[in-house]
Write a protein that binds this ligand. Sequence first.
Ligand code: DGJ
Length: 736
Amino acid sequence: MSIIFHQESQQFHLCNSYISYIITVLPNGELGNLYYGARVHDKTDFSYLAPVRRRSLTAYTNGGPDGFSLQYTRQEYPGYGTSDFRYPSFTISQKNGSRISHFTYQDHRIRKGKDPLPGLPATYVDDPEEAETLEIMLFDPISETNLTLFYTLFLQVPVITRSARFEQRGPSTIVLERALSVCVDLPNDSYDMVHLAGAWSRERHVKTRSLEVGVQSIYSLKGTSSAEHNPFLALKKKNTNEFSGEVFGFSFVYSGNFLAQVEVDSHSMCRVLMGIHPEEFSWPLKKDEAFQTPEVVLVYTKDGLNGMSSIYHRLYRTRLARGYWRDRPRPILVNNWEATGMEFTESHVLALAEVAKDLGAELFVLDDGWFGKRDNDLAGLGDWYVTNFNKLPGGIEGLSSKVEALGLRFGLWIEPEMVNKDSDLFRSHPDWILSTPDRFASIARNQYVLDFSRIEVIDYIYGLIEKLLSCNPISYVKWDMNRYLTECYSRTKDADYQGTVFHSYILGVYMLYERLTSAFPEVLFESCSSGGARFDPGILYYAPQGWTSDDTDAVERLKIQYGTSYVYPLSSMGAHVTGVPNQQVGRTTPLQTRGNVALFGSFGYELDVTKFSEQERSIVRKQIKFYKNYRQLLHAGTFYRLLDPFLKEQAAWMVVSEDQNEALVGYYLILNKPNHRDCLLKLTGLNPDTKYEVSGKPGVYWGDELMFCGLSVEPEELIPPDRDFSSVIYVIKSAM
Ligand code: DGJ
């Protein structure tokens, strides 16, 4: 089982124990899709799945038998205008102005393993035996362009990754006006589209809608993946729930402008397109130049939405996130942002660190405000070499050494892609920002975006951060990005190349991440973008955890973390306990519940820990001890969503260890009800034949009992009992 080519029928069958994906060379030489879904037995010819049928008002294309049209043909990577009128995967503008092309099959290559994508984040294998890759080579003789389609089949999981590469062979320059990563044509439209939408402070809320004839899409044109939409969508059957039913998942490993679109045509066929948004994109290719698209990770499962999530979690935790921190326990941190903002003194910061140490934390993070004239957001960004000595008399060097001397690691906030007008950097290089000549450059949070499509800008910023990290004991970096891109124009590029700037910007971000993570492999990078505005698989390749949202209210976080878990593993979600009333929504929730929500993530605290009462200190000590005991389980176990906070005033989720001997269940009562009914919470993922002990409850329970009869959540087990925003964590262990 793997990738099979049937020479006679010219069909490729990619199959493992879970999935089949069947591609054919169509009668006109282009590539068609015959099937994608649950695994089927192989045979030499599946061509009956692509019948040729004459229909009225249909155009017939060059090549192929009488009546062969692309209009109702399922394709792999279609162009527009040669009898297919749906949105295409690519558009190439040629010297004579034509956008018509005809890429036909030339050859293919099947090999073990998976190669990296140059300059781009991508999933990888640790051992070539984990996957097989198919490259299909196509050629358009008029434009003299090569097109290679890449398919990697992971052999032990229902995952296929796809991307495309264009290479110009002919003497005339072509312009890619659209170069998406994937097209998947499905034969019917009986699906709901599931995606993650939101805004600042309410990122990645789950949205579900029925497919309708026409086009439905989500996208970003903000220069980052954005808080508004995540580069992910799933198609699920109407009766699919969390644990059973068909789901097709599509996740884009990219951090910039994207389009994820589903088109349902008049014959109820369904075309999914995903890739770099074609708006504001154009990429000239001269002879011998190539363009590689980022990859899309396709998951197919019959095990429901949670089944899909588990596949993404494992893959992204172990075959997308990389490096020293991939498998290591993440440090419990205390960050000063919600405690002090930018108004701090060294003594206050050290007092926070001392208490953090006493409570059991492992890392202290100094957030925004330590550099340049940074007393508010009007100044300083870009001046990473100037410490604000008014606040830190001994500079970063002095503070970091003192924090280390306490027995804590030290972490620092930076925002490398940005510059304030009031900064030495802007005064010396006003032309280094993205802005259109003679026009107003829009300001957001009083800052401009540096032109990361320019290597000299990246070199300069790299030099500053490299010095910072080499000269100080810094173990962690919070890389923030607090505005979207506007007037996205690069001063050094010719007119014909302005359409490359959005994508080149992201390539520049990736390059800086690559250089820094290579030079400082043991530094833990946490990505951030006004909270979760760039929380995507592309960034996860460089930074194994991200700040999930600026909204740290426990109730809001239930929804945000629940939605984020559709694709992203718990280890990737920075989650902190903050003060009350909450700074974003003014809600007061118990300290226990704030901890019980945050521990299903990469855990920390972000409040003035010096103000804790003795009782609070004791609660926090217990929380930290608990997290240390279970962080391996929380990060490496299988996560299950049990009760949906988007539907109820309750939420519940759990994590089960791989050997099914241990589990943690979190139950959260959002709004209490008088005289409420009993709650039997049906667990999942346990071994039905194992006897378990449940913390706080007498006796033992069979796995099947907990899963099918349910775990009885008693009101008095909740902390605090019978109140809004109460919660309980159950520890479940197999009884010896
Ligand atoms: C936005 C981040 O999301 C916050 O956590 C904090 O780091 C601020 N930026 C600092 O300016």
